[in-house]
Structure formats: C-alpha cells, structure tokens
Design a binder for this molecule. Structure first.
Ligand code: LER
Ligand code: MN
Length: 271
C-alpha cells in the first residue's frame, strides 16, 4: 500500500478536507519532505494539472500521482451528474472527462465524489440512479482508454443520498456491469455510515480502488477515535495494494496533519 496526501488548488475549498493549500510546488515539497509516496490533487480544472506542469514537479520530488478529484465541477460551477437540467449534466460529464484525460496522461485515475449529486424534487431516486449508471458507464469507458479505472466514492448522508455505504455502491456498480469502476472508500464517510469499517472493506473486496485515510472526525488519523489496526488488516486480507490518501482537515496545522498521517501509516503498514 502507498501513502498520499491531498493538495487542494481551489480557493473556494480552502475550508475543505485537504491538507495542503499552498500550490503544487509547495505541496510536492512538503509531501516529499514528510516521506509520502505520492499526492492526490483537487484542482479547479484540467489546465492547472496539465502533464507538462505536474510531471516535472513529481519527478523533482520523487513522487507519484495517486488520483485527481473532480469536485471543483460542483464547488465552482454547480455541476453534477444527476442534475435535473440535461445541459448541466452534459457539462458535468465533460468536466469529469477533461480531468480523466489529464489524470490518465499522468498515469492516475479520476475521482467522482461530490460530482455525483443527489436526488431532488425534480429527479426521483430511480431517475437519479439511471443517470448515475449511464454517466459512470460512459466515463469509465473514457478512463479505460487511458488504462485507468474510474473511482466512485460513496458519501455520507449529509452530502449525498445516492449511495452512503460501500457494499450498496459496489452492488450497484456490479448490477450495471460497470466493471471498470472501483469504489473509493473514505474512512470518514464510512465512520458515519458503516457498522464496521473492516467488515465493509472485506465485503467490497476487489472492488476497493482507493482509500481516503481519515480519522472519525476527519482529522489526520490519530486525532480521532478510529482504530486503524483492523482497517489495515482488512485491506491486507483483500490484498489491497493501492493508495491510502490523507483527505483530512489541515488541523492543527498542515505540517502536523501530514506528520500525524505518515506516523500512523508507518506504524500500521510496517507492523
Ligand atoms: C467529499 O466529502 C469527499 O470525500 C471527496 O473525496 C469527494 O470529492
Ligand atoms: Mn473523500
């Protein structure tokens, strides 16, 4: 398993659960100094993560790219895949596809989290799930052209009402034949929704494609009450070899959140 830390480039998300907010160059420097294997980027759009910009920075600092988030499409532009307005849905897909392309060029997958949206007065659950399945199918095919999976993230009930639990999301993906979609298991959302973190990971098995490594209160692992031991044991049991990426608040400071994260990973991955 590999360690990553989040770098947010979106001013509107400065209060979001991302550790590093001072640009890519600084984010890469801090990630490398703290001993992370890679970074996960939350960009405003595809241009600021163009391969020509990101590749040399990663090379200089000996880092890999874990994933790129697409949530700025929602945060900045109000786009989502289940919007009642077909034009908004089309623009949401185009935004995600543009991130898939830059991420793919850099050998990494894109994440669909907040861009999934939720049901509304105008969109029933049945309609929203049909829109989601269709969009995931098209975007996963797009990602497959880069040899990448597409990461779909169940969110907690306060952020989406589509899928809150890992196994239900995995069953939906399976029932719709979305073989190239992998589940992003965020331990913060899971702490709210799952009975048992380890049990949910084991039940998801080979569908687990990425992990957001966060404590119960969305601070760095070690600053809340999640026990990471059983989580790591479950990931080992399903032979997960992907990223454990710190998508957490920069509390009490970015440096301390980074240091606490890497300490928790070293303790549990080498145990
Ligand atoms: C949002 O709460 C989240 O967990 C992000 O990873 C989704 O973009
Ligand atoms: Mn997350």
């Amino acid at each position: 398993m590999k360690s990553a830390i989040t770098v947010c480039l979106v001013p509107e998300a400065v209060r979001g659960p991302f550790v590093l907010h001072d640009g890519l160059e600084s984010g890469c420097r801090v990630a490398a100094e703290q001993g992370f294997d890679g970074i996960e980027i939350f960009p405003a759009g595809p241009d600021e993560v163009a391969a020509a910009v990101v590749r040399p920075l990663l090379a200089t600092h000996g880092l890999a790219l874990a994933a790129i988030g697409t949530g700025a499409g929602w945060v900045k532009h109000g786009l989502c895949l289940c919007h009642a307005d077909g034009d908004v849905r089309r623009r949401a897909r185009a935004f995600i596809a543009s991130i898939i392309d830059v991420a793919g060029e850099l050998g990494a997958p894109a994440i669909i989290g907040s861009m999934q949206g939720r049901t509304s007065g105008d969109v029933s659950r049945e309609a929203a799930l049909a829109m989601l399945a269709d969009a995931l199918g098209e975007l996963a095919a797009h990602a497959a052209r880069h040899g990448q999976p597409l990461l779909y993230e169940p969110l907690n009930r306060y952020e989406s009402d589509l899928f809150n639990r890992q196994v239900e999301a995995a069953a939906f993906v399976e029932a719709n034949g979305l073989d190239a979609v992998r589940i992003l298991c965020d331990l913060f959302h899971m702490n709210i929704e799952e009975e048992n973190l380890a049990g949910a990971l084991v039940a998801c098995g080979p569908r687990v494609g990425h992990v957001h490594w966060a404590d119960s209160n969305r601070r760095a692992m070690g600053f809340g009450h999640t026990d990471p031991g059983p989580v790591v044991a479950a990931l080992r049991a399903i032979r997960y070899q992907g990223w454990l990426s710190a998508e957490v608040f920069p509390w009490p400071s970015p440096a301390e959140a980074a240091a606490r994260t890497i300490a928790s990973l070293r303790r549990h991955l080498t145990a």
